[in-house]
Design a protein around this ligand. Structure first.
Ligand code: NAD
Length: 455
């Protein structure tokens, strides 16, 4: 399998892919290893994963360079991602004992009732490339803490980072038979679905998630799906400091080249503040420096996958054909590398693909609305349900709107944000199940109700 640098289009590594026989062997190893790993006291497992986090921090420059070389994000954003993974590991490890230890639910002279959180067994994690340290951490860290062994398949677009993760987990003390990596693309992922794991946890697109869920369903094991989004953001009439809001929300749309599951994907602005917002937003986007992601100050790097250039371009062309206006950007950059100009569209509507299909790239549509009711209706006019954001000077106004959005996350005066303390979950085509928080720690366990009669 060839690894290509998306900024230079050069092949930077040639890796040997797994096959059915090697995957079967890895699963057998993990089955034996899981029992031993689960016998390691939780405190020790916590210490090992904290050591992993410390190793990532010590080696942040090496890890960032590897990540940037294969996904094309600016080096500083790679560093941010690794630091972000550190924060998540901190929360998960510090809370593991509290949420994974057995709980006494009731006790009297004769009877004690206890919940035990037992591991699932061998967990299969098929992962995405856009934030391999973050989306990986969401799964393999709590899974290992809970006493599972893990077969981790990084995306074919972030395999070198997957190998870095494996190296530092092993260095930290995770045994070889508790963590294994699967190298390969779609076919290798599909082969994993033919094997019998005790749980499947997937991060990726709706199309693949649906395929995986259908394949896993007859196995009757847990299946967690963190899928795509078409996340809406609304700027209400009473929003103050529009310049500041425009800069923050542009960052929410264009950070990581728009390749975040919770990127702002469509914006609705009340007519009272629309002109000012659009002016400030475009000014901000025009200030972004695009180019070599290893250069200091570059904010827009290369898109990771070449195919996405065509998706983004087709969305822009479709919108323009239907009456949208391009205020900045609108085309691929010439020369080597998968570069697309950060693009802002206005005069958009829900007949256009850019307002309906996940863009996962540096393009955003801004639509003018007349009322909160109209904004809410448009926000919910989607097959997805990951996040929704409202900017308003009134918390109660935002709360009223966010109570009615069908999304796993609500944001007031912020966007494109994930916290380890809160559940991360989608609705509708954005998937189901949660990672992070106590819900995500327990997602890799199966509760056993223990009825303990003393006499
Ligand atoms: P993808 O669905 O193309 O691939 C994801 C993984 O699935 C890869 O490892 C791939 O090799 C594997 N795969 C592909 N086809 C398969 C098959 N038939 N059987 C088994 N495995 C298969 O997604 P992607 O392009 O890597 O990721 C981008 C998508 O992920 C976007 O839609 C994004 O919104 C979503 N995402 C969601 C979250 C979240 O938390 N909700 C986080 C990150 C990314």
């Amino acid at each position: 399998m060839k690894v290509v640098n998306p900024a230079t289009e050069q092949v930077i590594a040639d890796l040997k892919e797994d096959n059915a026989a090697s995957l079967k062997k890895k699963l057998s190893l993990l089955k034996l290893g899981q029992k031993k790993w689960n016998a390691v006291p939780l405190k020790k497992r916590v210490a090992i994963l904290q050591k992993f986090s410390a190793l990532l921090k010590e080696n942040i420059e090496e890890c960032s360079r590897v990540l940037t070389s294969e996904v094309g994000k600016p080096l500083q954003q790679s560093r941010n991602e690794i630091n972000g993974a550190g924060n998540r590991i901190k929360w998960l490890t510090e809370n593991a004992e509290k949420f994974l230890s057995e709980e006494v639910m009731s006790e009297d002279a004769n009877m004690k009732e206890v919940i035990r959180y037992e591991p699932l067994g061998v967990v299969c994690n098929i992962s995405a490339w856009n934030y391999p340290y973050l989306v990986g951490t969401n799964v393999f860290v709590p899974a290992l803490l809970a006493g599972n062994s893990v077969l981790y398949k990084p995306s074919e677009f972030s395999t070198l980072t997957g190998l870095e993760i494996e190296k530092f987990l092993k260095k930290a003390g995770v045994p070889d038979d508790a963590f294994q990596i699967a190298i390969g693309a779609r076919e290798v992922g599909a082969t994993l679905l033919d094997l019998n794991f005790d749980g499947y946890f997937f991060t990726g697109s709706y199309a693949t998630g649906k395929f995986i869920y259908e394949k896993v369903a007859p196995k009757m094991v847990p299946c967690g799906l963190e899928l795509g989004g078409k996340d809406p953001l609304y700027v209400a009439a009473d929003a103050k400091d529009i310049k500041h809001i425009a800069a923050g929300t542009a960052d929410g749309a264009f950070y990581n080249n728009g390749q975040s599951c919770c990127s702002v994907e469509r914006i609705y602005v009340h007519e009272k503040v629309y002109n000012k917002y659009v002016e400030e937003f475009v000014k901000e986007v025009k200030s972004y420096k695009s180019g070599d992601p290893t250069d200091d100050g570059v904010y827009i790097g290369a898109l990771t996958r070449e195919a996405q250039l065509r998706v983004v371009d087709a969305q822009v062309k479709d919108a323009v054909k239907k009456g949208a206006k391009v205020l900045t950007g609108g085309k691929k950059l010439s020369g080597k590398g998968h570069f697309y100009e950060p693009t802002v569209l206005v005069n958009v509507n829900h007949k256009m693909k850019v307002m309906r299909d996940e863009s996962f790239g540096p393009v955003i549509g801004i639509q003018k609305v007349k009322s909160d009711e109209e904004a809410l209706e448009l926000m919910n006019d989607t097959e997805y349900g990951l996040t929704a954001a409202v900017y308003s000077s009134s918390q109660s106004r935002a709360a009223k709107i966010l109570a009615q959005t069908n999304s796993g996350t609500g944001y007031w005066n912020c966007c494109d944000r994930v916290s380890a303390a809160l559940p991360w979950s989608g609705r509708k085509h954005s998937g189901f199940g949660s990672t992070l928080s106590h819900v995500g720690l327990r997602a890799f366990t199966q509760p056993k109700g223990m009825h303990l009669r003393k006499s």
